[in-house]
Design a protein around this ligand. Structure first.
Ligand SMILES: Cc1cc2nc3c(=O)[nH]c(=O)nc-3n(C[C@H](O)[C@H](O)[C@H](O)COP(=O)(O)O)c2cc1C
Length: 214
């Protein structure tokens, strides 16, 4: 399906059919889309927790306010997207080593330059005190890829920011891992009576969101 058609068709699902589950193959593909998401200087400052069982849902539900509970309760799978709050130089070097192993550097000088640039950017954000905001921004890119990839497979989704972040971080013990929760994405198949399914999409008009630079 054309990406524009997917953009028109995907919508935020409010009620899922609890009996329909995403296949292992589709779920594997969606997680691969998350893994492949782009990020500034390829820093990949994220970790994704995936749940689908009743036990996993019950674990996370205390962090979900009333209005979002049905999405988690009835979805097939949910992903807690987390971003890094801190990265050591060793972790940053590990990215370069992986890129090298993946064959990105025919010359060691290029590898060393990229490694040093990545550290310069990471240190700059640490010094500015906005490292966590920076990494969260990267994680939103992954979220967007997940929503559209799901829609391309006919899988419905709900991006969820309406959650208790501190509680989520406690439940998943994220602080000790230098991570913080950024959002949850619920995935599955819409219920027959999903109130949002037939609502026309509404966005601001083009002339309000685009200007040309002449
Ligand atoms: C970052 C983000 C957070 C959101 N949080 C919630 C949420 O907590 N609960 C919910 O039902 N919808 C949530 N939404 C859905 C938005 O309300 C929805 O995307 C918007 O109204 C546009 O509608 P559409 O997605 O159906 O096109 C969120 C969307 C985004 C992108």
């Amino acid at each position: 399906m054309d990406f524009l058609d997917i953009s028109k068709q995907r919508y935020t699902t409010k009620h899922y059919n609890p009996t329909r589950k995403i296949s292992d193959k589709d779920m594997k593909d969606l997680l691969e889309v998350l893994r492949l998401a782009p990020s500034a200087v390829n820093i990949q400052p994220w970790h994704f927790y995936v749940g689908s069982t009743q036990n996993a849902k019950e674990k996370i539900l205390p962090a979900i306010p009333d209005f979002n509970i049905p999405r988690i309760q009835d979805c097939s799978h949910f992903v807690v997207l987390c971003s890094k709050t801190k990265m050591t130089d060793q972790e940053l070097s590990a990215i370069t080593q992986k890129e090298d192993k993946d064959g990105r550097y025919p010359k060691s000088e290029i590898r060393d330059t990229v490694d040093s640039h990545r550290k310069i950017f990471a240190h700059m954000h640490e010094d500015q005190g906005d490292f966590s905001q920076w990494t969260a921004k990267q994680t939103y890119i992954a979220m967007s890829a997940l929503l559209y990839a799901a829609a391309s497979k006919g899988i419905d989704s709900t991006p969820i920011e309406g959650m208790d972040f501190d509680k989520t971080d406690d439940i998943l013990n994220l602080k000790n891992k230098n991570l913080k929760s950024v959002m949850i994405v619920a995935l599955g198949y819409r219920a027959d009576n999903d109130s949002n399914a037939d609502r026309p999409k509404s966005r601001l008009n083009s002339d309000e969101v685009f200007s040309s630079i002449d």
